[in-house]
Ligand binder design. Structure first.
Ligand SMILES: Cc1ncc(COP(=O)(O)O)c(C=O)c1O
Length: 443
């Protein structure tokens, strides 16, 4: 592949960057011009090792030839087909392939374009599902502290990250939150799922006792809370949540936007934990990040509950212009082929022990307060600089990019790592060597 070096832009003013300090960024921009496999390349041609699969999404690595070719072919053949009242064959094919990967009776796929849309879709399906079954009083939604479910109003309402909520009014009403599953005191430096914390699922019983089950529609959690800094679920926690939801007729939604498509060594975290929710929210890895796509996988009985009334009447008044966009479906089918043919989910599982060893070796470095790993993810908490939360890891991210040629993600006071699943053992070593140097440098 030719190395195309494009000139950098000379005016950065118009673009308002998301989740980025714009003024600081525009003084010292970090721009990528191209990518291949495990690396990004800056406009100057500098290779940067991708420690984060973009934003937890490029699970098959970057610009993989079969995905690129599939998108190109699709763009020539059918650029767009109306999403309402019409469809195209690849939408059905991809839905079937995703349903085949999902556990149990999760066989019905509703397509969206972003994790945020998919979260709101799952919440809306929950509310409407109870309505069509004449249990419309079930309107409360339960999320979790430190949860991240995107940035739509539904997602930030059930989400539990204060900075994402405090500026945006009263949000959805009738929302309650489970406590976060994280306790440094009881869990620090655990590989995989911590032993302590399953009892925190019992808080759902307290919430049910407060509001009554007849008012609660759904509980939504990330099986592994990613964006808040990699919090694997305590052993037995998700099983308990499932049991309590079953007891009270409450739908359980797993937001697998990060954990889906191999990140934890299985197609979905639901499989890793042996817990089948009523809906799975997916995004990111479905196309390996190559084209925006997301969706909700719903249990058969949820879909069939809507299939009533006159047949010419729309059953669910919801959807997006770009639901099941042809380019996204083409990219999704090619990505799923790659995951299967290169056994990338199995690869993530096989690398998990090596990955955890390499991450845990950072224990004892200056300021490292905790390290958590699960699948091919790691969260490394650094002590905050006095009075400036987030500054130390922000410096670490900038330094890793500028001098370490490494892309890391930072959130709160945590460095989060989640490489493409094609990462080699040598690249894992390289990644943690570089992180070690960076952590020492920001001491
Ligand atoms: C668990 C989870 N849900 C939802 C989202 C939102 O996805 P998007 O940014 O595509 O809207 C994210 C994004 O990181 C996520 O991690």
């Amino acid at each position: 592949m030719p190395a195309v070096t494009k000139p950098g832009p000379n005016d950065l003013e118009s673009y308002w960057l998301p989740f980025t300090p714009n003024r600081a960024f525009k003084q010292a921009p970090r721009l990528f011009a191209r990518a291949k496999d495990m690396h990004y390349f800056t406009a100057e041609g500098r290779a940067v090792l991708d420690g984060t699969a973009g934003l937890w999404c490029s699970n098959a690595g970057h610009c993989r030839d079969p995905i690129v070719a599939a998108i190109q072919r699709q763009a020539e053949e059918l650029d767009y087909s109306p999403a309402f009242q019409f469809a195209h064959p690849q939408a059905f094919e991809l839905a079937n392939r995703i349903a085949a990967l999902a556990p149990g009776d999760l066989n019905r796929v509703f397509f969206c374009n972003s994790g945020s849309e998919a979260v709101d879709t799952a919440l809306k399906i929950s509310l409407a599902y109870h309505q069509v079954r004449s249990e419309g009083a079930r309107s409360r939604l339960i999320g979790r502290e430190r949860g991240y479910h995107g940035t739509g109003f539904g997602g930030i309402s059930v989400g539990g990250i204060v900075a994402n909520r405090r500026s945006f009014g009263t949000l959805l009403t009738g929302v309650d939150h489970l406590p976060s599953t994280y306790s440094r005191e009881h869990q620090a430096f655990t590989r995989g799922e911590p032993d302590w914390g399953a009892h925190l699922a019992d808080e759902l019983e307290r919430i049910v006792a407060l509001h009554d089950a007849s008012t609660i529609a759904a509980v939504i959690v990330e099986p592994m809370a990613g964006s808040t800094g990699v919090l694997p679920p305590p052993k037995g926690y998700l099983q308990k949540l499932r049991a309590i939801c079953d007891r009270h007729g409450i739908l359980l939604i797993f937001d697998e936007v990060i954990t889906g498509f191999g990140r934890l060594g299985c197609a979905f975290a639901a499989e890793r934990y042996g817990v089948t929710p009523d809906m799975i929210v997916f995004a990111k890895g479905v196309t390996s990040g190559a084209v925006p796509m997301a969706g909700v996988i719903a249990a058969d009985r949820i879909y069939t509950a809507f299939m009533r009334g006159p047949e010419h009447v729309i059953e669910l008044f919801h959807g997006y212009t770009y639901s099941a966009h042809p380019l996204a479906c083409a990219a999704g089918l090619a990505a799923l082929d790659l995951y299967r043919d290169e056994k990338l989910f199995e690869r993530a599982k096989a690398l998990e022990a090596k990955w955890a060893d390499a991450a845990m070796a950072l224990q004892g470095l200056p300021g490292v307060l905790d390290i958590r790993t699960v699948g091919l993810t790691a969260g490394i908490d650094l002590a905050a600089r006095a009075g400036s939360p987030g500054l130390r890891v922000y410096e670490a991210m900038k330094l890793a990019f500028a001098e370490g040629n490494l892309l890391i993600r930072v959130t709160g006071d945590t460095i989060a790592l989640s490489p493409p699943l094609i990462v080699s053992e040598a690249q894992i070593d390289e990644m943690f060597d570089k992180v070690t140097r960076v952590i020492n440098a920001v001491d």
